[in-house]
Design a protein around this ligand. Structure first.
Ligand code: ATP
Ligand code: MG
Length: 573
């Protein structure tokens, strides 16, 4: 491609609409443009990178034995009613009517459609194992689209679905996909980690997320510094705690209510009462999808984990109670809840870390007041103790006891053992060897293709712009003619360009009539791994400079040598 003809609008300044570096760089490098919230157009450079990731994904999926299909983006309501998700999915599911007043939605995922397909076509155990995938646009009406392609409303996903006769066979497909994902993200040049993930309302079965490590990631992941254990913080179990035994021999003091005027935050309450933060118990009033009201308690310096709480309560959903509910059950304004003196029918659940506490502080269910010297059995009564807090970097690995670390990650892939949830709900069955009808055992496997492109940038940049891994770069090579008006330089550049194209190298010829500084800057901004410079040095010595974007190294090669074997410039990448 000739730069002079390329649709590549680069920007000098950071655009205001972008917060994180990869989003800024994608806009500055002319890869994408925003149409509306969470909707983006891919410009030629952006599309090229997207296609490269797609190609890697496709190649590895096919190598793993999966077959490509393409399903409609628009899906009928009836299928979603069969699975029970038409009402449950929430507002991310964009619902609409067609001209005949029939209900449809834009596909945020395709379990329903694929299960419908398979229930009609797969009859016998002989038709399985089966793994079908597609690479397609998804739509999710995200509440907070942000960070460009990272959390878009319209985005490109690879979704695969596996079908098996039993859980053992599913296990094989699952690990096959797990290893395939590992190869895919390795080929994309990413620094990533596979972590255990929540299986949500479906429950019970296994799931892993593939996380690209980056400080701007929306997920937090905990991993062991010694063994292989790694988990999304959402479900990272806290090792059995012994800290709570420390208070065992402390005598119980008298319960007292104290005035705490104007102090609300945990730290402020502790400072005011002069007690350490680990003697304060925070109480959060939450509601489940079933309408139960629960007071969940964690230590002052710990965070409540909603996923663990949800699982501990066996609920499909938990959320902080609205102000009115808080007032109703506590009899106090929001911010003073505690476990003593609540209205009947409120469930109490507390984190294991506070089980052994004695003489601790809680909110008094009264404005500007706290109880001190609280003790569980004497003052609180029935409480269930469970692991309901976020793991912290002070905790140890639940598997081997070694120190752990907590980092941020971007979820680029997700593998999930679905089991028979959809096949049972939608009647996708097969006849086994004995002629018995059984539900098909399913798995699903997603990759955020467009998110992966941006994640690669979030991990690979410097002060001059993007530093693409070669496999994801929109072009492999850029040939810069320093002075396009110089015949000798121009012809040499053109000849190199021709041999590069012949060798199948994706290549840009920078043939613009621009100052050399501008050309160098642009080539670095858009992150092309290798640049050949044809300038004065060529005129004098017949030499071409080779610049390696990542290492920022320059080498020289003779023009003739490169004409013979241009691929050699990649030896060093
Ligand atoms: P998230 O937790 O980030 O919302 P998810 O768990 O809902 O994602 P999945 O249903 O597992 O997403 O979808 C498979 C993959 O699709 C994810 O691993 C992610 O890479 C990608 N993805 C999901 N939502 C978005 C989005 N809004 N924009 C871009 N990519 C997305
Ligand atoms: Mg996911």
């Amino acid at each position: 491609m000739r730069y002079s003809q390329l649709f590549l609008p680069t920007l000098k300044e950071d655009p205001k609409e972008a917060e994180i570096v990869s989003h800024k760089l994608m806009l500055r490098a002319g890869m994408i443009r925003r149409l509306a919230a969470g909707l983006y157009t891919y410009l030629p450079l952006g599309l090229r990178s997207l296609r490269r990731v797609e190609a890697i994904v496709r190649e590895e999926m096919v190598r793993a034995g999966a077959q490509e299909v393409l399903m409609p983006l628009v899906q009928p309501k009836e299928l979603w009613e069969e699975s029970g998700r038409w009402d449950k999915f929430g507002k991310e599911l964009l619902r609409f009517k067609d001209r005949h007043d029939r209900d449809f939605c834009l596909g945020p995922t395709h379990e329903e459609v694929i299960t419908d397909l398979v229930r009609n076509e797969v009859r016998s155990y002989r038709d399985m194992p089966l793994n079908l995938f597609q690479i397609q646009t998804k739509f999710r009406d995200e509440i907070r689209p942000r960070f460009g392609l990272m959390r878009a409303r319209e985005f490109v996903m690879k979704d695969a679905y596996s079908f098996d006769v039993d859980f053992e066979a599913l296990d094989r497909q699952y690990w096959n996909m797990y290893h395939t994902y590992t190869r895919i993200f390795e080929r994309c040049g990413l620094d990533f980690k596979a972590v255990k993930a929540d299986t949500g309302a479906i429950g019970g079965h296994e799931s892993h997320e593939f996380m690209v490590l980056a400080d701007t990631g929306e997920d937090q992941i905990a991993s062991c510094t010694v063994c292989k254990w790694a988990s999304n913080i959402e479900l990272a179990e806290v090792a059995q705690e012994n800290g709570h035994l420390v208070d065992r021999d402390t005598p119980e003091a008298d319960l007292k209510e104290v005035d705490t005027p104007g102090v609300k935050r945990a730290e402020d309450v502790c400072a005011f009462l002069n007690v350490p933060i680990d003697k304060l118990v925070k109480s959060l009033v939450v509601q489940t999808d079933k309408g139960d009201v629960v007071v969940a308690m964690v230590r002052g310096d710990h965070e409540l984990n909603e996923v663990k709480l949800r699982n501990a309560l066996g609920a499909e959903d938990v959320r902080l109670a609205d102000d009115e509910t808080v007032r109703r059950v506590t009899g106090a304004p929001v911010g003073f809840a505690g476990p003593i003196g609540l209205r009947e029918g409120v469930t109490l659940i507390a984190d294991r870390a506070i089980q052994g506490l004695k003489n601790f502080v809680v909110g008094a269910n009264k404005a500007d007041a706290h109880f001190v010297n609280v003790n569980w059995a004497r003052d609180v009564g029935d409480v269930v103790f469970k692991d309901i807090r976020n793991i912290t970097s002070e905790d140890v690995c639940p598997e081997c006891g070694a120190p752990i670390e907590i980092r941020r990650g971007i979820e680029v892939g997700h593998v999930f053992k679905l089991g028979t949830k959809y096949s049972e709900a939608m009647g996708a069955t097969f006849l086994d060897k004995d002629g018995k009808e059984r539900p098909i055992v399913m798995g699903c496997y997603g990759i955020g293709v467009s998110r992966t492109v941006q994640a690669a940038i979030e991990q690979n940049f410097d002060e001059n712009g993007i530093v693409f891994p070669k496999s994801v770069a929109p072009f492999d090579l850029i040939i810069t003619i320093v002075n396009i008006k110089n015949e000798q330089q121009r012809i040499a550049g053109e000849r190199l360009y021709e041999v590069a194209l012949k060798a199948g190298i994706e290549c840009i010829l920078d043939d613009r009539n621009e100052r050399p500084g501008v050309k160098f800057k642009d080539s670095e901004l858009i992150g092309i791994p290798v640049r050949l410079t044809v300038g004065k040095r060529f005129e004098k010595e017949g030499e071409v400079e080779v610049f390696y974007r990542e290492k920022k190294e320059t080498k020289t090669h003779s023009f003739d040598e490169l004409m013979d074997n241009i691929e050699k410039v990649f030896d060093n990448v």
